[in-house]
Structures are given as C-alpha cells and as structure tokens.
Design a protein around this ligand. Structure first.
Ligand code: HPA
Length: 285
C-alpha cells in the first residue's frame, strides 16, 4: 500500500485504505482532534512556530508520503493549538512539480478531514496577474481556475469520502472568506480579493501566459492549491485561502523571477499573514 514511488497514480477508491494507515500513524502520536486544517505555503511556514503543545511528524514518517523537496518547505504535519483552538497544519506541502501524483497531493487535506477537521485554510505564494497587486499583497482567494490539466478525482470513486460529481459553485466558502476579511480588519491588515490560477510548474510562466491568465480573469498565479481545494470539497470540507503575492507576474517588470524574491516576500509578509490567520482561527464558529 505504501508505494515506493510518489508518482504512482492513486485513484479515489484507493484513498480510504491509505487514509486508514495515515490516521493510525498520527493517532500513535496524538489524540488531538483538529477543528481546522491549515496548509502553509512557500515562505509562510513561520505560523507553525505559534503552535502550542505541538506534535510534529516529518512527512517521511507518514506512510506513503515522500520528504518535501521544495526550498522553503520544511515538510511536517503538526497538530497542536493555535489561539487556543485545536488545529492540524501542513508546514510545506506536496507539489505536482516534485513528481507527486495528483492523488498524493490531495492526501493532506483528506487526512485533515479524517482527523476531524471541518474547515481548511489553503495558503500559497503566487505571482501577481492583476497589475495592482504588488509584492506583499495578501489576497483572499475568491475562486480558482484549474490550469494544471490534472484532476485528483479521476478513477473509481470512493463514495465513503465524497460523491462522484463534486459541486464547486461555492468552492471558496463565502462564509469563510467574509471571516478572513473580518480578521484582516480586526488586525489592521489589508487584504485583497481575487481568483487564483493554478498550474503544475515548476517553471514560472511566460509573459504571454501571464497576459492570457490575466485576460481570463485571474488575479494571481501559482503552482499549488487548486487540486487540494477540489479534494477538500469532494470530502465535504469548507475551504478558504490566502495567496501571498510575492512578485509581479512574469514580464510586468522586465526583470527575471527568482525563488529568492518569493522567500523574501514571505519573510516580509509572514508576520502580517500570521496575525490574520491567528485571529481567523480564534474567532471561527
Ligand atoms: N508564478 C507561479 N508561481 C509563483 C510565482 C509566479 O510568478 N511566484 C510565486 N509562486
């Protein structure tokens, strides 16, 4: 069951047995039942330091999960308390561009659900498609466009997890988006709102692609999140998320894009981001 290759396809129908093993591995270490799951994107892992009574499990110690490879991604599952509330966090995530199958990329959010969470916060670093979104902009994700060409729900369905045809009308929960904006106001942190375009990466986009995605209605572009949202909705989780715009989209400034600027923007925005999420978690009903 714990295949050696993270690229091995995992159809939905195989997820339940894998989640049994993952749940057992977590429950061998802690009986904390999280209310909320949080995926921390590139450069945003600092929020994990705010966790109280944390139990940290490296990805490599979870059955079927590979060690995280992306720079800026520690690669740990953490359970603990944030602002007094029980949460589960993914510090780092599993990306498609690392060679992970879509069915593996979504296992963290499915595991959140299995452990008891009913809501998930997906965060990421992204390039700005909206020219008014400069580096450091925090954008509440209002909707997404899946441009990966992939779908984690292809294959025999697991009716015990979710139904065959997942509705994405309110994929990015109106209720939770309003809560994020309230948290931003309460903390005096400005939050934008916009549509996230998800690709596989690992290359950054061409300027022509950036113009295309902007003309399609996108506001930020990145290499994660969309498959996790799809799977979370499939499994019945309420979803919200924040993109940290770390750079203007390719071609806007004439300068090349670097991973260093992505991490630098994360370091700059990390404390603001952490305040919003803490407040959001503290006030969530
Ligand atoms: N494109 C895709 N992913 C990203 C970018 C970008 O410009 N910046 C940070 N992650």
């Amino acid at each position: 069951m714990t295949d050696v290759s993270p690229a091995t396809p995992i159809p939905p129908a195989d997820q339940s047995a894998r989640l049994d093993a993952l749940e057992a591995a977590v429950r061998a270490r802690t009986d904390l039942v999280p209310e909320i799951g949080i995926v921390l994107g590139s450069g945003l892992g600092g929020l994990a330091d705010d966790l109280e009574d944390a139990v940290a499990i490296p990805f490599a110690e979870l059955p079927g999960w590979p060690a995280a490879t992306a720079p800026g991604h520690v690669g740990r599952l953490l359970l603990g308390r944030l602002a007094g509330r029980p949460v589960v966090m993914l510090q780092g995530r599993l990306h498609l561009y690392e060679g992970n199958a879509p069915g593996l990329v979504i296992q963290p959010v499915l595991l959140f659900r299995r452990l008891g969470a009913t809501a998930v916060v997906l965060t990421n670093a992204a390039g700005g498609l909206d020219p008014s979104f400069g580096p450091g902009t925090l954008m509440v994700i209002s909707d997404h466009i899946n441009m990966t060409g992939l779908n984690p729900l292809i294959g025999p369905n697991a009716d015990a997890i979710g139904e065959r045809f997942t509705d994405l009308t309110d994929a990015w929960s109106r209720r939770l988006r309003a809560r994020l904006h309230e948290a931003g106001r309460a903390e005096g942190v400005e939050l934008a709102d916009g549509i996230y375009v998800g690709l596989t990466g690992p290359n950054y986009e061409t300027p022509a692609e950036v113009r295309l995605f902007a003309s399609m209605g996108g506001h930020a572009v990145g290499m994660s999140t969309v498959l996790e949202c799809i799977a979370a909705r499939w499994a019945g989780l309420e979803v919200c998320g924040i993109s940290l715009v770390t750079n203007a989209g390719a071609g806007y400034t004439g300068e090349p894009l670097t991973h260093a600027e992505v991490l630098a923007a994360g370091a700059e925005a990390g404390p603001r981001f952490a305040r919003v999420i803490r407040r959001f978690v503290a006030d969530l009903e």
